[in-house]
Design a protein. Structure first.
Length: 359
């Protein structure tokens, strides 16, 4: 059965079960479609919804596991990186390969991040980061700042690339112009596995191999200013929900909602399996669900449920909600103060039959 949220009309999409192990997932930026990278090297495109879905497209352009994949900002392309060191750009509508670089790195690709319409970044097992101009699929920058695998990357509005590594360090690189400013943290005892920018760009949070979230002040990269040891095992993925609420995946198989500053676990959202880790998270285009993958399945979790738990756990927010309801009952035009739970991603249009017909 699909899980129901407080809103009885909201039905969480059905679980997607795959025959092979899943390495990576990413949700389309405009439609109810998810890309799934497999250990076999295949890439699957699945629609998701309340009904059981059928596979729309399978791409077999990698010889080894597809470790990373991301949709372009407009959703027309899918970028994929593989253990076989190949980097590909795929036309989502036709399934055709637009660009392919067989030896994009000397070491296997580990992570991939879409910076903007014309730029992506890839990180490999050796710690090298390459920044690519996708108009001609050429590398325009190489960053030798890490000594172990580049586990995750993000950016602050196309300006600064933030990367974390298995060597236990964070790097920040200004992507604009020739006079680039960069920074690098001290090396921590535990590997850094996931990263997100929160608090309106003033904080960067990193999930580590010991199950702690380290918090950096922006532009003060040498050391963390706070640390929240709230997970029993490694934090493999982080997705931002609001400016002070994130969703995390953990090696213990649990998906959690976590508040940042003050730091606390708001909700244990759900669990794939006690024996298998949750490897990757992705927020759907309408901000209604977080998708997670573990071993051979993709599950979806209600964002509304996380927001409600956040509100109920904070007396101030709960009082604001009550005041809002009272003002409506009394015919008062006073509106609830905005900001605390403002969604980060603008909701986009619903999927169309024409889009899926092209697949």
């Amino acid at each position: 059965m699909a899980e129901s949220s407080k809103d009885e009309n909201q039905i969480v999409p059905k679980e997607i079960v795959i025959k092979d192990s899943i390495f990576s997932i990413d949700c389309h930026p405009s439609f109810d479609l998810i890309g799934i990278g497999l250990i076999t090297g295949s890439v699957l495109l699945y629609p998701y919804g309340s009904e059981k879905q059928r596979l729309h497209c399978e791409l077999k352009h990698h010889k080894q596991s597809c470790r990373a994949l991301k949709f372009s900002e407009n959703g027309n392309s899918l970028f994929t990186g593989s253990k076989d060191r190949s980097l590909c750009q795929v036309d989502v509508h036709s399934g055709n390969i637009v660009h392919r670089i067989n030896q994009s790195h000397k070491s296997p690709i580990y992570s991939l991040h879409v910076v903007n319409t014309n730029t992506i970044a890839t990180g490999d097992d050796s710690g090298l980061i390459k920044v690519w101009d996708i108009r001609n699929m050429s590398a325009v920058m190489e960053l030798n700042v890490h000594s172990d695998f580049v586990s995750d990357m993000t950016d602050n509005g196309h300006k600064t690339l933030i990367a974390v590594s298995g060597d236990g360090s964070l790097s920040a690189t200004d992507l604009r112009g020739h006079k680039r400013k960069s920074g690098k943290s001290d090396t921590f005892e535990s590997e850094l596995l996931s990263v997100a920018i929160v608090k309106s760009g003033s904080k960067v949070i990193c999930g580590d191999g010991d199950g702690a979230i380290g918090i950096f002040n922006w532009n003060l990269w040498e050391d963390i200013t706070d640390r929240f040891p709230g997970h029993p095992q490694s934090i493999d993925s982080i997705v931002k929900i609001t400016e002070d609420l994130v969703c995390t995946s953990c090696m213990d198989g649990m998906v959690r909602a976590v508040q940042i500053l003050p730091n606390r676990t708001i909700l244990e959202v759900g669990q794939h399996s006690k024996e298998l880790s949750v490897d990757c998270l992705s927020l759907t285009h309408d901000c209604e669900y977080v998708a997670s993958c573990s071993h051979d399945s993709v599950r979806f979790w209600s964002v509304d449920k996380m927001i409600q738990a956040r509100t109920k756990s904070d007396p101030l927010l709960l009082n604001e909600a009550g005041d809002s309801e009272d003002s409506i009952e009394n015919g008062n035009s006073k509106k609830r103060r905005k900001g605390k739970n403002k969604m980060l991603v603008t909701k986009r249009h619903k999927p169309s039959a024409e889009f899926f017909a092209d697949l």
